[in-house]
Design a binder for this molecule. Structure first.
Ligand SMILES: [Zn+2]
Length: 356
């Protein structure tokens, strides 16, 4: 993987111009860690060879209490099989919110997430209802403080390391946090967009989220509301009294309506992203679903396509998923343990001397 991943891992990806370091000066040190070491041949090996790292005992200790019963040996066998699939190459990743929970971003649909109190913003409400839009911006502004400060975790870094080994042909993500790229992955198809970008719905101008956050802070000097909860899409839960005194800002170029460059409920994923994703899945040897319950069709359709094309499907996710009936392998275990182990095993195989 050379030094590329380490270079990219030096900070959060710059969504709109500038360098990653410019955009998130607080991130680089923590992000560098394992990915940078992996590029130099360091921690990747440790992931795979640390004594007892992927034993039943370790997994049971790392997971919730229910893991103590019976997943252990079965999981070890399943992970070994998945490792064999991955070593054949041609893997396409489909990732969801469960991959980012270890970074402190809650998965409101998953087992670790709390039930969402408010319904997600729809495109129609955002564009047509000024009150709904003001309330949304207040919530999103607070939510950004959590998501904007999140760092990639071991799972993100392992995916980037696997990509560096050459076994991954594509990464499709349902997440809008940009953490795959922050960990050093490249060529990521962001199905639902990225919260770090702001788009003007009138002139199409793209600006960085940090710049908008600064403008919103300036326009709302007395806004000191605290979020009750944060959702994976960066939408925080707030009391209504806090929402109504928030001031929204408009596009600096044309005065038009600004919106995070993410796909809302009721909005279609841009066709180009969908066709790129279907092309990746259609050419894959394995579709590997990470941290997604596949509740929404925008992700599940890729699993259905893979099955239709005779492409094998593996799922690593905490809890049940709607893709289970289609998956040849369904591993219910922490991604933060399984993925680094797989990355270490794969890197070990790639560097093994050829025997004659
Ligand atoms: Zn504009």
């Amino acid at each position: 993987m050379g030094g590329t991943a380490a270079d990219k891992a030096s900070g959060r990806p710059a969504a709109v111009g500038g360098t990653a370091a410019d955009k998130a000066p607080g991130r680089p040190a923590a992000v560098g860690g394992a990915a940078a070491g992996a590029a130099a041949g360091g921690p990747l090996g440790e992931w795979g060879t640390a004594p007892g790292r992927l034993t039943g005992v370790t997994i049971a200790a790392a997971g919730p209490a229910r893991d103590h019963c019976c997943v252990d040996l079965q999981v070890v066998e399943q992970v070994a099989e998945l490792g064999a699939w991955i070593s054949e190459g041609g893997v396409v990743i489909l990732s969801g919110a469960g991959l980012s929970t270890d970074s402190g971003i809650p998965d409101y649909r998953g087992p670790s997430g709390s039930a969402r109190r408010s319904t997600p913003m729809t495109y129609q409400a955002f564009t047509r209802d000024p009150v709904a839009r003001r309330r949304y911006w207040a919530r999103s502004h607070l939510g950004w403080r959590t998501i904007g400060e999140a760092f990639p975790n071991d799972g993100h870094r392992a995916v980037a390391a696997l990509q560096g080994c050459g076994v991954i042909d594509g990464i499709i993500t349902q997440n809008v946090d940009g953490l795959h790229q922050a960990a050093g992955a490249s060529g990521v198809v962001e199905l639902h967009g990225n919260l770090t970008r702001i788009v003007c719905l009138d002139c199409g101008d793209l600006t960085a989220r940090e710049a908008l956050a600064a403008r919103l802070d300036e326009a709302n000097p007395a806004f000191d509301a605290a979020a009750v909860a944060i959702n994976a899409d960066g939408d925080a839960e707030l009391d209504d009294t806090d929402l109504d005194r928030f001031t929204v800002v408009d596009c600096l170029s044309c005065g038009g309506m600004l919106k995070p460059d993410v796909v809302y409920f009721g909005e279609t994923v841009p066709p180009e992203r969908v066709s790129r994703s279907f092309a990746l899945v259609g050419n894959a040897r394995t579709l590997l679903v990470l941290g997604s319950s596949l509740t929404v069709m925008s992700g599940r359709r890729f699993v259905l396509r893979a099955v239709k094309e005779g492409i094998r499907v593996a799922i690593v996710n905490r809890g049940v998923t709607r893709g289970e009936p289609y998956a040849g392998l369904h591993i219910d275990a922490p991604l933060g343990i399984v993925l680094p182990h797989l990355a270490g095993e794969t890197a070990g195989e790639m560097s093994a001397p050829i025997r004659i």
